[in-house]
Design a binder for this molecule. Structure first.
Ligand code: NAD
Length: 495
């Protein structure tokens, strides 16, 4: 299959005629397709189309824009199974998770569509007589969207649907690890009636991404990906004075206290750490166990980890899919080596799976290290794979302190039946999200999503807060007094 860029309502190759291949990570003999390795010229063409389309799109009433996004949601519903299968084939996660990914986009479409009838501004009383104060949300203009591969439809939808409802036009540079899913979403937006030029897709790698960030007509960059790349983008946006929202990495702690419902906690850890093969920004990558239950809990956890079914996500019963690519597999291997050298104790896993059904894919055994201290790199750095680091503590206070010893601040979790402990954790954990008696993963579309410290830069996607990213405030004063009234100066209006 030949995948193409989608620019100004047309499917076309890159001007440079360069290509990259995308293969199934569970079986690399399966070629998904080749896709354009685009350059700054392709970006310029897409931005020009988006700039032209903006003149019209910004004037389409927001409820009408919302109706088109709702139609996209309907089409996602109709094509959910097809999309989920294409997703699992392209990026590996088990089918049940891919269905969830598409469902998240459906939820986001309907939520964003309904916002077309709100997009509330504020009216306030004026300090002067015969004067009205209003405020409106205005579109930002041409927005650049740059995304990671691990939620190939859900994460882009968090940005694309609200941005469209707000009246922006878009150029999306999807991940080179999930280009086919990007084109399926583009097809859906085209079929929903989004006009040519309003939404564009340009494939490629860092070269295309950086050209998008630097393009002078692009007023905003909304990015999801690693902290290293996000920082680079933020510094360029700083120089060029662009609005920039960043959703970046995580190193998410899950605390278990002795009074916790331990069976529930066990299920939570398995799902949090090894769901999506640990390749989630919100993956549970640090387990912080109270000493009183540590030994027995770890024994049960290791027994269960041995029973996890690793394999091709399209097969029934598979719980843990492949790693996305060879580079990432090598990165995970190197962290296992680092963990050993640092003195952590490997309890289970720690190796590639290469035989039989694994021979042609990128598979890694679910892995647990214990005796991990907060100085170790495997405690501090995002591995982005099925590797769980365990630290044992003696109190709630120590657990929270250890949890906060991190550069990241995305998600966090505590298992306890003690309401006082739960509320202390809610208050004191340094993270954008805290779960009580649930693992670190499982965001809902209508709630703010994002993190602090090295995870974000103060924005939240999802929920009502995403509309702050994709709009600018216009403040309006209407003076119908018929004379010059000076704010802060003509204050004697009471008598
Ligand atoms: P990545 O940072 O390598 O790539 C993300 C995107 O940025 C890709 O489209 C890539 O082509 C592009 N890119 C790379 N270099 C660029 C540059 N110099 N200029 C512009 N664009 C550039 O991340 P990844 O490997 O695709 O995804 C994994 C990372 O994403 C993890 O760190 C994970 O935690 C994070 N993530 C975060 C969230 C969140 O919402 N916080 C969600 C999913 C994934």
């Amino acid at each position: 299959m030949e995948g193409l860029n989608y620019i100004n309502g047309q499917w076309r190759p890159s001007r440079s005629n360069r290509w990259f291949e995308k293969r199934n990570p569970a079986d690399t003999r399966d070629l998904i397709g080749r896709f354009p390795l685009s350059s700054a010229d392709d970006i310029a063409e897409a931005v020009a189309a988006a700039r032209q389309a903006y003149n019209h799109w910004r004037l389409v009433p927001a409820p009408r824009r919302g109706e088109l996004v709702r139609k996209a949601g309907d089409l996602l519903v109709q094509r959910k199974e097809e999309l989920a299968r294409a997703m699992t084939r392209e990026m590996g996660k088990p089918l049940v998770e891919s269905r969830g990914d598409v469902q998240e986009a459906i939820d986001t479409a309907y939520y964003a569509a309904s916002e077309g009838r709100r997009l509330f501004g504020y009216n306030t009383p004026s300090e002067l007589p015969n004067k009205v104060n209003l405020s409106f949300r205005m579109p930002v203009g041409v927005c650049g969207i740059i995304t990671a591969w691990n939620f190939p439809i859900a994460v882009p939808s968090w940005k694309i649907f609200p941005a469209l409802v707000c009246g922006n036009t878009l150029v999306w540079k999807p991940s080179e690890d999930s280009p086919h899913c990007a084109n399926l979403l583009a097809e859906i937006l085209a079929e929903a009636g989004i006009p040519p030029g309003v939404f564009n897709v340009v494939h490629g790698d860092a070269e295309a991404g950086e050209a998008l960030v630097r393009h002078p007509e692009v007023r905003l960059i909304a990015f999801t990906g690693s902290t290293a790349v996000g920082r680079r983008i933020a510094s360029i946006c700083g120089e060029l004075n662009k609005k920039c929202s960043l959703e970046m990495g995580g190193k998410n702690p899950l605390i278990i206290l002795p009074d916790a419902p331990l069976d529930l906690a066990l299920e939570g850890v398995l799902w949090g750490a090894f769901g999506t093969t640990g390749q989630r920004c919100t993956a549970t990558s640090r387990l912080i166990l109270h000493r009183d239950i540590a030994e027995v809990f770890l024994q049960q956890l290791c027994e269960r980890v041995h029973t996890l079914r690793v394999g091709n996500g399209l097969e029934e019963g598979v719980q843990v899919g492949p790693i996305i690519n060879e580079r990432q597999l090598q990165r995970i291997e190197s962290y296992v080596q680092i963990g050993r050298e640092e003195g952590a104790r490997l309890l289970v896993g720690g190796y590639r799976l290469t035989d039989g059904e694994y021979a042609h894919g990128f598979f890694f055994a679910p892995t647990i290290f214990t005796d991990v201290t907060s100085q170790m790199r495997i405690f501090r750095e995002e591995i982005f794979g099925p590797v769980l680091s365990v630290t044992v503590v003696d109190s709630l206070e120590e657990a929270i302190a250890v949890a906060n010893e991190s550069d990241y601040g995305l998600s966090s979790s505590i298992y306890t039946r003690d309401i006082t402990a739960a509320f202390r954790a809610i208050r004191d954990l340094e993270a954008g999200i805290t779960y009580v008696n649930a693992p670190t993963i499982g965001a809902e579309a209508h709630m703010p999503f994002g993190g602090i410290k090295a995870t974000g830069n103060g924005h939240r996607e999802g929920g009502w807060t995403v509309f702050d990213i994709f709009t600018e405030w216009k403040t309006v004063y209407i003076d119908y007094s018929g004379r010059l009234q000076r704010a802060q100066i003509d204050t004697d209006v009471v008598s």
